[in-house]
Design a binder for this molecule. Structure first.
Ligand SMILES: Cc1cc2nc3c(=O)[nH]c(=O)nc-3n(C[C@H](O)[C@H](O)[C@H](O)COP(=O)(O)OP(=O)(O)OC[C@H]3O[C@@H](n4cnc5c(N)ncnc54)[C@H](O)[C@@H]3O)c2cc1C
Ligand SMILES: *[C@@H]1O[C@H](CO)[C@@H](O)[C@H](O)[C@H]1NC(C)=O
Ligand SMILES: *[C@@H]1O[C@H](CO)[C@@H](O)[C@H](O)[C@H]1NC(C)=O
Ligand SMILES: *[C@@H]1O[C@H](CO)[C@@H](O)[C@H](O)[C@H]1NC(C)=O
Ligand SMILES: *[C@@H]1O[C@H](CO)[C@@H](O)[C@H](O)[C@H]1NC(C)=O
Ligand SMILES: *[C@@H]1O[C@H](CO)[C@@H](O)[C@H](O)[C@H]1NC(C)=O
Ligand SMILES: *[C@@H]1O[C@H](CO)[C@@H](O)[C@H](O)[C@H]1NC(C)=O
Length: 757
């Protein structure tokens, strides 16, 4: 695999979208006689024909190779929500479907029955070597951002393909694997795709394929699942940073703990097999310096395919595949909006307990030096000349107004750290503890307000029940993208989502409607808003990287065996923080991870730029018929207040680059303003919180909170939440450190509440 392909794929995976310059050309299909504008690249071929006067219809042509695998076109390009046409060969036939892609997840069949795919037989064939699907897409062109517009001229469309077989080739609704053979964007010239013959061609289309989403839902199984013979004092769901801390602390009390994780092993020590190319005892998850190539090298193994935003579905959760930033929370992260008893003074003790086991570091290389870090000096000069100060974010977490420093990282002895390394091993061998991998919790079983256990689906796709002992409790730590789904499937949430579960395709045995617990689950999800900003560095100033993260030089690998060098570090070389104050008088923070950009050979520095604490936008999570979570309302830059804060922050940065003698200038033009950036789509920060918010106002009685101040789900006797879902506010830095602290405290409260039981 070419280095560039890896980088392109990875940068797309992280949302750093870049288009290529591939041009579309005219192509006439001899078999159907239809004239297309066509793009062919890296095994992907797509042609399009349009009527002279724009309507909602187009004719498309997808071509693929081989007897299996899929190829697809995303009609909305890079947008978070996009309509796709996906097709694959099935013997001598081609099977196709319209699908909704919602962020980084497997696209599911579109439920919009107004649109249809109508195959054009003359241009459709499969012979085991190549396949072609020619179709009229009727009513497909939308007016929102999910597709190009009917009168667009040269939109960017997206593509994806793989040679791996789909799960059930005869079924248009089949699950499909990751687009491992490539994905990206391509511009296509629609002005040359228009033809007066369109109506004639369209008339050759057959009847609509079975409308997507038309199959009736399967009935929930009435026969009880297999029942495990072991019972537990605690069942903890999910092994992210929160779940691991919760399960470890609970097991340390001596009571019995079952920890259930839907994903498989990850790091080498846990049995993971995604080894780096140069050492069969280290995985991409272990070596900090391989963070950037990891998602592609592992074919996205660690990422969930059914969640609204990026999240981890593997042992260790997001902690296994995140960027390792470890920002100790400043006092106001708790003091602004967390409830009484959860203020910074209350959190000093749980923070100390965490840091004792899992301190993080600003010097990941054993010799205390930083490697491949020339840009630190360039940036230091830039920020210093603008009156900023250096600060060590581990020593003085509150020093976050115009400060810069070495990145604080969750790295332990040169390897990725976190509770998978610093907590789990302490209890893993104990008799009262069991870890169950590849076991997806479908729902919590309950009798009224009392939880009795969990129903899981194991690696074979079989359902099993695991029960609590009398007096036992279930703790959900499945992450912001998934904890709400488990609650809905357990009949806890608003009727809209529980009904979506009831009428959906995944069989779930819900409680009787009279036992549904009405609670605002999935509401008030928040996230940092992100833009990737690239700055040019003045000529003569050295700001480039010689470090190849996928194929490190022999010397760098040798250094790594001694615990030193660039592979002991994550991708960022400097972190910066500042606050801006909006007209409303509210402080809003911005943060950036500064690094040499992935696709750059010249003198450039890229900022992963995040608006963080102080933002007010709230998103709403929901669940579709296929069981995927999606954003009904997106959580980024929804309010004027947040747009104002983003504008202030970007202009603040741009103004500095325009000063006399500045070594940095914004790559899109020296005179760029915040407005230039705000015209491009805002990206997910991947720092989600909320969805099962903690608060004193009981959401089952008209309030906004899903869990009480002891993290117990309102309306239940023994169900708790300890992952980021319960956080009532966004932190100033990346999420994992505050998640670990909050999980320590939540678990202490669970232990106190369940002591005598
Ligand atoms: C690509 C990426 C980069 C990031 N970079 C950083 C960074 O540099 N620094 C930082 O601080 N934060 C970062 N984050 C965010 C951080 O990783 C998350 O905030 C954190 O992992 C959330 O922890 P959690 O315990 O709440 O949930 P998660 O980490 O999401 O863990 C949830 C766990 O539950 C499991 N699960 C879900 N559903 C079920 C089910 N039904 N049954 C059984 N198990 C289930 C999942 O497989 C997962 O293991 C990043 C996140 C991503 C995705
Ligand atoms: C479904 O598609 C039709 C036809 O393009 C469109 O008018 C309608 O808005 C779509 N419905 C939804 C819910 O997106
Ligand atoms: C539980 O025990 C019974 C009797 O020993 C056995 O038949 C059954 O298979 C066990 N169930 C599971 C899930 O292990
Ligand atoms: C692979 O990595 C392990 C752990 O760091 C190290 O002990 C071993 O020497 C390495 N092997 C090679 C061939 O470099
Ligand atoms: C933050 O920095 C800005 C700009 O240097 C300054 O005007 C402001 O007073 C500072 N705010 C606080 C609370 O320190
Ligand atoms: C459910 O709980 C009630 C008491 O609250 C009890 O009478 C009943 O037997 C329980 N049902 C089951 C199936 O355990
Ligand atoms: C940036 O500079 C412009 C022009 O001097 C000024 O009007 C604006 O207030 C500045 N913005 C910020 C956020 O400093």
């Amino acid at each position: 695999m070419a280095w560039n392909t890896i980088l392109t794929a990875v940068s797309l995976g992280l949302g750093l979208v870049r288009t290529t310059q591939a041009q579309s050309t005219a192509f006439t299909d001899a078999k159907s006689g239809i004239q297309f504008q066509q793009v062919a690249k890296g095994g992907f071929t797509f042609g399009i024909a349009l009527p002279e006067k724009p309507t909602g219809d187009f004719i498309g042509r997808l071509v693929g190779t081989g007897a299996k695998g899929w190829s697809g076109v995303s009609l909305g390009g890079p947008m978070a929500k996009s309509l796709m046409v996906i097709a694959w060969p099935n013997g001598k036939n081609v099977v196709a479907s319209l699908r909704d892609s919602v962020g980084y997840q497997m696209p599911t069949p579109s439920a919009n029955t107004t649109m249809s795919l109508r195959p054009i037989a003359a241009g459709t064939s499969a012979d085991g070597t190549t396949w072609t699907y020619t179709f009229l897409c009727k009513g497909c062109i939308q007016t929102d951002t999910s597709t190009f517009k009917a009168d667009d001229t040269t939109p960017n469309l997206g593509y994806g393909l793989t040679s791996t077989a789909v799960t059930k080739p005869s079924d248009p609704e089949s699950a499909i694997p990751f687009h491992a053979s490539g994905y990206g964007l391509f511009p296509i010239d629609l002005t040359k795709a228009r033809s007066s013959k369109f109506a004639t061609w369209a008339a050759t289309a057959g009847a609509a394929d079975k409308p997507a989403g038309a199959t009736p839902p399967p009935k929930a199984p009435t026969t009880p699942a297999a029942v495990s013979n072991s019972t537990w004092d605690y069942i903890v769901v999910g092994t992210g940073p929160a779940g691991l801390i919760t399960a470890t602390r609970l097991a340390e009390t001596g009571k019995s703990v079952l920890l259930v994780e839907r994903g498989g092993p990850s790091t080498a020590a846990t049995g993971g097999k995604n080894w780096v190319s140069w050492n069969k005892t280290l995985t991409y998850y272990d070596v900090p310096g391989t963070f950037i190539p990891m998602p592609f090298a592992t074919l996205g193994e660690g990422f969930c395919t059914d969640t609204a935003g990026l999240s981890g579905c593997i042992l260790g959760g997001g902690g296994t595949m995140n960027g390792m930033a470890f920002i100790r929370p400043p006092s106001w992260d708790f003091d602004t909006r967390w409830p009484t008893g959860w203020k910074s003074k209350d959190m000093a003790k749980p923070a100390a307990r965490l840091y004792e086991r899992n301190p993080g570091t600003t010097a990941p290389s054993k010799d205390g030096k930083w490697y491949d870090a020339d840009i630190y000096d360039v940036l230091e000069q830039f920020f210093k000349s603008n009156g900023w100060n250096e600060a060590d974010s581990m020593k003085t977490p509150d020093d976050k107004n115009h400060t810069y420093g070495r990145p604080a990282l969750n790295i332990h002895n040169g390897m990725r750290g976190g509770p998978l390394v610093t907590y789990l091993p302490l209890v893993q061998k104990k008799d009262n503890f069991k870890l169950l991998l590849q076991s997806k919790v479908i729902r919590v079983t309950r009798n009224g307000s009392k939880m009795t256990g969990v129903e899981i689906e194991n690696a074979k796709g079989t359902r099993e029940l695991h029960n609590l002992k009398a007096g036992g409790s279930v703790v959900l730590s499945a992450g912001v993208m998934s904890t709400p789904r488990i609650l809905w499937r357990s009949g806890i949430g608003l009727p809209e989502q529980i009904n979506a579960v009831k009428t959906g395709r995944i069989p779930v045995q819900l409680p009787d409607e009279k036992d549904w617990i009405k609670s605002p689950v999935g509401m008030e999800v928040m996230d940092h808003s992100r833009y990737m900003l690239t700055f040019n560095v003045a000529k003569g100033v050295k700001a480039y990287s010689n470090f190849n993260m996928a194929f490190p030089a022999a010397e760098v690998k040798t250094q790594y065996q001694q615990g030193i060098g660039a592979l002991t570090q994550s991708f960022m070389r400097m972190d910066i923080f500042k606050r801006v104050v909006t007209k409303a008088g509210q402080s809003v923070f911005y943060q950036a991870h500064c690094a040499v950009p992935l696709l750059d050979a010249g003198n450039q520095i890229e900022f992963t730029f995040l608006m963080t604490h102080g933002q007010t936008s709230k998103g709403q999570l929901s669940i579709n018929a296929f069981g995927n979570t999606f954003f009904k309302t997106q959580p980024w830059l929804q309010t004027d207040h947040d747009k104002e804060a983003m504008t202030l922050a970007l202009d603040d940065l741009f103004n500095m680059t325009r000063k006399e003698g500045s070594r940095l200038s914004y790559s899109a033009g020296k005179d760029s303003t915040a407005q230039t950036v705000l015209k491009t789509p805002v990206q997910q920060g991947v720092h989600f919180i909320g969805g099962a918010k903690m608060g004193p106002d009981d959401g089952t009685k008209g309030g906004t909170a899903v869990v009480d101040l002891k993290t117990k789900v309102y309306g239940t006797d023994n169900l708790y939440v300890t992952d980021a879902s319960f956080h009532p506010d966004l932190p100033t830095g990346n999420t994992q450190a505050i998640i670990m602290i909050a999980a320590e405290e939540a678990t202490a409260r669970i232990i106190a509440q369940t002591k005598g039981k």
